[in-house]
Design a protein around this ligand. Sequence first.
Ligand code: ATP
Ligand code: MG
Ligand code: FE
Length: 349
Amino acid sequence: PVVLGIESSCDETGAGIVRDGELLAHVVASSMDEHARFGGVVPEIAARAHLQAFNPVVRRALDEAGLRPGQIDAVAVTTGPGLSGALQVGLAGAKTFAYAAGIPLYGVHHLAGHVAADTLDHGPLPSPCVVLIVSGGHTSLLLVRDLVRDPILHLGDTLDDAAGECFDKVARILGLPYPGGPAIDRAAKDGDPLAVRFPRPLTRPGDDPYAFSFSGLKTAAARWVEQHRLRGEEPPVADGAAALQEAVADVLTRKALAACRAHDVRTLVVVGGVAANSRVRGLAEKRCASAGVELRVPAMTLCTDNGAMIAAVGDLLARAGAEPAPLDVSVDPSAPLEYATLNPVAASP
Ligand code: ATP
Ligand code: MG
Ligand code: FE
C-alpha cells in the first residue's frame, strides 16, 4: 500500500510516504531554531509550529512522491510517546486526512518508528536485532524480533537524562551553542579525549547492564569547569568536549554490545540524533567489528524524527492486516512500549 506517515511528537513536523517498504517522500520542518534561546523544546511553541507546518509539509510530501491525496491508501500517525499538545496537532491532521479520503488510520508508537527508519535505507530488519535509540528525548536499548508481530523487549533505558540531553546540557555548561550535540562533536575534533576522565555511569559489576544514567556527567562537567574558573583559568573546552563525548560513546556502545552478546544477536541498529555523533559511530563500528556484529545506522535524515519512519510502520501494519484505529483514538504522551507493535486499539493478528 501507499502510506502517508505523520510525526509531530516533539519539535519536528514530518510527513513521509512509503509504498511497500520503498521511500517515496520524506519532508521535515523543524521548530528547533525557535527553541534555541530557551535551551530546550518549549511545548507550546512546538505545538503552534506543528499547526503552521502541517499543511505545507504534507503537500510537499505529496508533490515529492508525485501523488494526489486520492492515491494514498492509509495514514499512519505517531500517537505517543511525546509532548501532548504537539502529538494532538499531528493526530488531528492525520484523522482529518484519513476521514476525508475514506482510508484507514494507524496509530504508531514513536519508538517503533525510530526502529523502522532503518528499513527504508537497508531493507527489512533481521530477527532478532538489538536497537539503540539515542536522541534528545530517549536513550533506549531494545530487543526487536518481528517489528509488528512480536512485542519489543525493552532491555533498558536512561534513569535520568537522555544522551542527547546530556550533550545539550554539557554544551551549555561549556559555553557551546544549542543544539549541543553537533557543537560538542565539532569542538571535540581539536580536543584530547584522555585529558579529562569523566565517569562511566552504571558500568560497575552489579549495576544494571542495560540501564543508563547521564545526569552525573553533567555534574562532573560543571565541576570540571568550576575548578578551572576557581584557578582563574578558562577551561580547555575542546578537551572537555572530547572527554565528554568519549564517556557517552563508551557507555552507549559498551552496553549495546553487551546486549548483543547476552542475546546472541548479530545485528545492532543505532538510530536517533545522537547516532550522528562521530565518536559514537566510530566506537560502535570498532566494537561491532571485533564482536562480529553487523552495524546498521540509517542516513541521518532518517535517524532524527521524521514522518517517513512512521509511514514505514504503517506500511508494515497494513501489510500484516492490523486493525486500523478508530477516529476517536487519542494521543498517549507516555505510551508504554508494550503497545509499540500494536495499533492503539486492536492487537495485530
Ligand atoms: P526525540 O527524542 O523524540 O527523538 P529529539 O528532537 O530530541 O526527539 P533528535 O531530533 O533525534 O531528538 O536528535 C536531537 C538530539 O541529537 C539533540 O539532543 C542533539 O544534541 C543530538 N545530536 C545531534 N547531532 C549530534 C552529534 N553530532 N553528536 C551528539 N549529539 C548529537
Ligand atoms: Mg528533534
Ligand atoms: Fe524521536
